[in-house]
Structures are given as structure tokens and as C-alpha cells.
Design a protein around this ligand. Structure first.
Ligand code: GTP
Ligand code: MG
Length: 182
């Protein structure tokens, strides 16, 4: 069940193991807020965390686990799509992408779904500490090129690392700037 308030919500989603829990912990500065785990896809709920009494950080379950059965996948997708499409307070959905990977069809399909339904979203590239600066640039460029074939306007994007805290202020300032204009 979601809280019954009208505070703005910023939700985080990505495929299993993308670094979502680590990113949430980095943004909030708390180690146990979102449990990091080595068991993929433990989050099966929509979790709300209130931040500074101003906004909710929403931890969504991951999409697209090959390991899961179809029924469970369907259930998860219902949960995700219901939140994403119906939650009026949803102000921006951050989609996490592991910066080391080439654009994956499942992610592109999800972006397509968001675009078609007019869901405001931004991209957070994770684990930037794992590759060189040059590779970061190449990887982001490759991604934006593919998205550029889908739309004329590109979504905002952020390059982050939970290990080095890269991008922390960028993401938090982005959220603050939206909140100030609401
Ligand atoms: P699930 O909830 O299990 O689907 O995973 P998740 O997306 O929440 O990822 P999680 O934060 O648990 O991280 C998965 C693995 O990647 C862990 O071993 C983390 O330590 C590692 N990891 C996450 N973020 C980073 C990062 O920025 N840099 C590095 N080097 N490792 C990271
Ligand atoms: Mg997690």
C-alpha cells in the first residue's frame, strides 16, 4: 500500500543487480535503508522512504528477471506498471542502467513503454567507478544514440558510482530543483 499524501515521489527502478540499493543508500547516506544483497531481485514491494519531510524516495522492484517464472513476472509487471501509470505524485522515475553494458532490449522496451505513456523519467548510469573515463563517455554516447533514434528529445541522464559517490549531488540537486518548482 502506498502512503496517502500528496508529497512528490521519485522512484528508482532497474534490472536486477544494477546497483539500485547501493544508489539509494548513497543518496540517503544510510547503509541499511535499502538492503543490498547478492540474491538478485529480492525487492517484491513498492517501498516508500520519506526524505526531509519533503519527498518520497520510492524503491520499485526490478523488471525482467529471466530466473523468475512467468506468473511471478506478470505479477511484478502489474505492480510496476500500476504504480508507474497511476501514481499521480510520481514526479520522476529514475531508470538505472549499468554503465558497463551495451543497450539491452529489455531496457529499451521499458523506455519505449515510458515514452508512450508520457511518464517523466531520467536515466542514472551506475557503477561508473568500474570503467575508465573514456569508456564512460563512449558508453553514455552509445546509449544516447540509441535513444536518439527513438525520440527527438533525450531524457536527462546522470553518471553515478555508489562506491565513489560520483553523481550524488547531481541527482539530489535535480530532485531539489524540481521540488522547488512544483
Ligand atoms: P537487487 O536488489 O538484488 O536486484 O540488486 P540491486 O540493483 O539493488 O544492486 P545492489 O545495490 O545490491 O548491488 C549489486 C552489486 O553491485 C553489489 O555487489 C554491489 O556492491 C555492487 N555495486 C553496486 N553499485 C556499485 C558501484 O557504484 N560500484 C561498484 N564497484 N559496485 C557496485
Ligand atoms: Mg536491491
Amino acid at each position: 500500500m502506498c502512503p496517502q499524501t500528496d508529497l512528490p515521489e521519485y522512484a528508482f527502478i532497474g534490472r536486477s543487480n544494477v546497483g539500485k540499493s547501493s544508489l539509494i543508500n548513497m543518496l540517503t547516506g544510510r547503509n541499511k535503508l535499502a538492503m543490498t544483497s547478492s540474491t538478485p531481485g529480492k525487492t517484491m514491494l513498492v517501498n516508500h522512504f520519506i526524505i526531509n519531510k519533503e519527498w518520497y524516495l520510492v524503491d520499485l522492484p526490478g523488471y525482467g528477471f529471466a530466473q523468475r517464472g512467468k506468473r511471478e513476472m506478470d505479477k511484478l509487471w502489474n505492480l510496476i506498471s500500476h504504480y508507474v501509470l497511476e501514481r499521480e505524485q510520481l514526479t520522476c522515475l529514475f531508470v538505472l542502467i549499468d554503465i558497463r553494458h551495451e543497450p539491452q532490449q529489455k531496457d529499451l522496451d521499458f523506455f519505449q513503454f515510458l515514452g508512450e505513456n508520457g511518464v517523466p523519467f531520467a536515466i542514472i548510469f551506475t557503477k561508473a567507478d568500474k570503467i575508465s573515463r573514456q569508456k564512460i563517455q563512449n558508453s553514455v554516447k552509445a546509449y544516447l544514440n540509441v535513444l536518439g533514434e527513438m525520440w527527438e528529445e533525450l531524457p536527462p541522464h546522470f553518471i553515478t558510482s555508489a562506491t565513489s559517490k560520483m553523481g550524488k549531488d547531481d541527482v539530489l540537486n535535480y530532485i531539489d530543483s524540481i521540488n522547488k518548482n512544483l
